[in-house]
Design a protein around this ligand. Structure first.
Ligand code: FAD
Length: 196
């Protein structure tokens, strides 16, 4: 699949915000910052993109929904990673939300020894997302198919804002949780959905 040139643009934060962030936390506070961050439980996703017909997928927990109208979400990707360069190149990505029984997939798409390109998806049920064609992990819980609308510098990561072109459930069941630097499951029945 070939995808046209990206039509989003990179926005830089004001210099004083970046300075404030870097000066507030000395370098030696990094490990403490990581430990404190680990107290915040998240879901786990695999973010995929494609450039020149070569698919890439990476485990990502820095995911959040951002806007309802228009529907937007964000992912934060490490600078210099294959996934980020692919997303910046193609201007598209897809997010598959993983289920509690997909821990091995989360580890696989985070592993440093997995092969690159299509080989990293070998044996994993996957299908193209309806709008962008980025691969979805077919046995995930739900997916979001996105076009990049903006990218923001975020220290050693880049925050990618995506406009959701399509989303749906795949196989709804209990989600995988990342908490305390390890995988977990919700374990307890969820409270009834909140309504406003
Ligand atoms: C629960 C969890 C949550 C995570 N959340 C995030 C997150 O929110 N954001 C984030 O950025 N990361 C996150 N990660 C880390 C991320 O999943 C891994 O770092 C992943 O390996 C990155 O893949 P990549 O291909 O994008 O990165 P790369 O660093 O490009 O590649 C990963 C590995 O492949 C090797 N490699 C790179 N290019 C090639 C090549 N051309 N040929 C052969 N080998 C190559 C690299 O040496 C490296 O070892 C998370 C990991 C876990 C377990």
């Amino acid at each position: 699949m070939s995808i046209g040139s990206a039509r989003w643009h990179r926005r830089a934060e004001p210099a004083d915000w970046t300075d404030a962030m870097t000066s507030a936390l000395p370098t030696e506070a990094g490990p403490r910052f990581r430990r404190m961050g680990a107290h915040f439980a998240t879901g786990v996703t695999v973010v995929t993109s494609v450039a020149d017909d070569v698919p890439v997928g990476t485990t990502v927990n820095a995911f959040a929904t951002v806007s309802l109208d228009p529907p937007m979400l964000l992912v934060s990707l490490r600078n210099g990673s294959r996934l980020l360069s692919c997303v910046e190149c193609s201007g598209v990505f897809a997010v598959t939300v993983l289920a509690a029984d997909q821990q091995l997939l989360a580890k696989w798409f985070a592993s440093r020894t997995r092969p690159t390109g299509a080989a990293s998806f070998a044996g994993i049920p996957a299908r193209p997302a309806p709008v962008t064609g980025c691969l979805l992990l077919a046995e995930g819980v739900a997916y979001f198919d996105c076009r990049v609308s903006a990218v923001y510098s975020g220290g050693d990561h880049t925050i990618v804002l995506g406009e959701v072109a399509a989303c749906d459930e795949l196989w709804p069941r209990e989600p995988l949780i990342f908490s305390g630097s390890g995988f977990a499951t919700v374990g307890l029945p969820a409270s009834p959905p909140l309504r406003n």
